[in-house]
Design a binder for this molecule. Structure first.
Ligand code: ZN
Length: 225
């Protein structure tokens, strides 16, 4: 198997975070591949958006069906009958949390990367704007990195460029990477499946809009200096 040291596999969902990571990877690696999943999410449009984004970025993209997760767990991203939590409940994770999702995604991405001879995996998880999802924490990423290395006897390196950036800083990174308009106009973050600005009232839209507002204000301040 050829070693593909300067290559990376990016986990791509077509949202603000993973799309920013896709362009971050394009900047840092010679060759970039992307992988996405249909895990039974209510809005299948997600993978269509991701396909379009990958195409425009000129990155090969594969999508896999792994909807077993939907049959085993209940959450408001895959179950249409469940009312979505608008805030993080005091003593638990919001019901938008999909049990096991990141571990499963990263495992499949690693299997795919191994087959390509690729060592680097890029994911857009973040602990900074932390919704309480345990599998977005840095400690989990370190742990799953060690586990996939042991499981496949191979040296993977998981990169998390957004880990310590809040949403304002994620907008800032898109700006630095010169793809701010792509994120603003073409990505899908909204839990109600509306591209770009979204529905405006779901938790994902609020987080995205609030970050954008802060970023635009700081940009304006800097412009005035
Ligand atoms: Zn929304």
């Amino acid at each position: 198997m050829a070693d593909n040291k300067e290559s990376a596999v990016v986990l791509l969902s077509g949202g603000q975070d993973s799309t920013t990571c896709l362009y971050w990877a394009k900047k840092h690696f010679d060759k970039v591949y992307a992988i996405g999943f249909r895990y039974g999410q209510k809005h299948q449009i997600e993978t269509e958006i991701a396909t379009q984004i990958a195409k425009e970025a000129n990155v090969p993209f594969v999508v896999h069906d792994i909807d077993t997760i939907k049959k085993l767990t209940h959450n408001s991203l895959t179950d249409s009958s469940m009312v979505m939590d608008q805030e993080k409940p005091a003593n638990s994770v919001p019901n938008t949390f999909v049990l096991g999702r990141n571990m499963i995604f990263i495992t499949y991405a690693a299997v795919y990367a191994y087959g390509l001879g690729v060592h680097n995996i890029v994911t857009g998880v973040s602990q900074a704007d932390y919704s309480g999802y345990p599998d977005c924490r840095n400690t989990f990423i370190k742990s799953v990195n060690a586990s996939i290395n042991l499981a496949m006897d191979y040296e993977f390196e998981i990169h998390t460029p957004l880990m310590w950036r809040d949403k304002e800083e994620v907008w800032g990174l898109a700006y630095e990477l010169g793809m701010f308009d792509i994120v603003k106009n073409k990505t899908l973050t909204c839990y109600n499946s509306i591209v770009a600005e979204g529905c405006g009232h779901c938790p994902a839209c609020k987080l995205r809009a609030n970050g954008l507002k802060k970023f635009m204000e700081s940009l304006e301040k800097e412009g005035k200096k």
